[in-house]
Ligand binder design. Structure first.
Ligand code: ADE
Length: 287
C-alpha cells in the first residue's frame, strides 16, 4: 500500500529537494505519495499572518491555532466546530496547489490510490518540537507501519499548545517529537529527518532488508555498530583487523560484538545504561 504523507509548512518549497533523493525513489516505486501544503493558504487576513505574540509575554512569536485548525480540518476531512467562512481549497492531490507552487515531491501518478488511502487510512498527526520526547529508531519503525502521516512544521518558538490538544481530543493519534537536543529555526529540517528515517523502513524500499536489521539502533539491542572495512587489507600503512580476514565467523561475530560494546560504553554510556541483562550474552558479561 502507498504511504500517504502530507506536509504543512510556511516554506513548502523546502521539500522540493525531497523529490530528488531517495524519497523520489520511494515515490517512483509507488511506496509513497507526498503532498506539501502552504499554511498561509488557510489564512483569512490580508497579511496572511500565521503567528502572534505569546500570551503571558516573552520573546518571539507563536503560531495561531485557528490557521492550523482550518488547514488540518481540511487535510483530515474533519468539519470544524464553527462553520466559519469557507476555507481555501486544499491542494489537488497531485500537487497543483492554487496559491502556492506545487511540490515536485507530490506524486505524479497515483490519484486513485491516494484518494483511497486518504479515505481509509487512520492519519497520524506529527509535530516537530524541540521540547518534546526524542524521536528514536523505534518511533521510526512504528510510524513506518502507518498509512497516512500528516506533518505540521512549526517555527521554533512553537505553535499554540491547544492545536495538538484539540486533535487528541477528537480522537486522533497526535505525536510531538524532538530530533535532538539543539534548536533549529523551524520544523522543516526535523520533518525531513523523520521522514527519511521512516521511509527507508517501508517494505520494498531497501534492496537488502538485512542491512536495515543489522545497523545501529535496530538490532536486538541499541548498541552502536562495529566499524566496517573493505579491501585492501593494508591501505596506506593501516591494517584491517586481522580477525576479520580469518574466515572464522564465530570469532568475527565475537570481535564485532565486543567492539560494539566497547565503542558504545565509550561514546554513548547512556545507551549502555539502558541495556538489560537479557540484552547481554554470557561472553558479553565476561568482557
Ligand atoms: N524545532 C526546532 N528545533 C527542533 C528540534 N530539535 N526537534 C524538532 N523540532 C524542532
Amino acid at each position: 500500500a502507498t504511504m500517504l504523507i502530507d506536509i504543512v509548512s510556511v516554506f513548502p518549497e523546502y521539500f522540493d529537494v525531497v523529490g530528488l533523493s531517495l524519497m523520489g525513489k520511494a515515490r517512483d516505486k509507488g511506496l509513497l505519495s507526498i503532498t506539501t501544503h502552504n499554511l498561509r493558504d488557510w489564512t483569512h487576513d490580508v497579511h496572511h499572518s500565521v503567528d502572534d505574540t505569546p500570551v503571558g509575554g516573552g520573546a518571539g512569536m507563536v503560531m495561531k491555532p485557528e490557521v492550523w485548525a482550518d488547514c488540518l480540518d481540511d487535510l483530515l476531512n474533519l468539519t470544524g466546530p464553527d462553520d466559519s467562512d469557507a476555507s481555501p481549497s486544499a491542494e489537488d492531490i497531485n500537487g497543483t496547489t492554487p496559491s502556492s507552487a506545487p511540490s515536485s515531491a507530490a506524486s505524479p501518478s497515483s490519484a486513485t490510490s491516494t484518494a483511497e488511502a486518504r479515505a481509509t487510512a487512520t492519519p497520524i498527526l506529527i509535530f516537530p518540537n524541540p521540547s518534546a520526547p526524542l524521536f528514536t529508531q523505534s518511533e521510526a519503525t512504528r510510524l513506518s507501519h502507518a498509512g497516512h502521516l500528516v506533518f505540521g512544521c512549526g517555527r521554533y518558538e512553537g505553535y499554540d499548545a491547544r492545536v495538538p490538544e484539540y486533535y487528541r481530543g477528537r480522537g486522533l493519534d497526535v505525536r510531538e517529537y524532538s530530533i535532538g537536543d539543539y534548536v533549529l529555526n523551524g520544523g522543516e529540517v526535523a520533518v525531513a529527518v523523520m521522514m527519511e528515517a521512516i521511509v527507508r523502513l517501508l517494505p520494498g524500499f531497501m534492496g537488502n532488508p538485512e542491512s536495515i536489521v543489522e545497523e545501529s539502533y535496530t538490532g536486538r539491542d541499541p548498541l552502536l555498530e562495529h566499524r566496517q572495512y573493505t579491501r585492501p587489507a593494508l591501505w596506506r600503512g593501516l591494517e584491517v583487523p586481522p580477525v576479520l580476514l580469518s574466515g572464522d565467523h564465530g570469532r568475527v561475530d565475537r570481535y564485532r560484538r565486543d567492539e560494539a560494546l566497547s565503542r558504545t560504553s565509550r561514546i554513548r554510556p547512556d545507551l549502555i545504561e539502558r541495556l538489560t541483562c537479557a540484552d547481554l550474552d554470557k561472553k558479553d558479561r565476561a568482557t
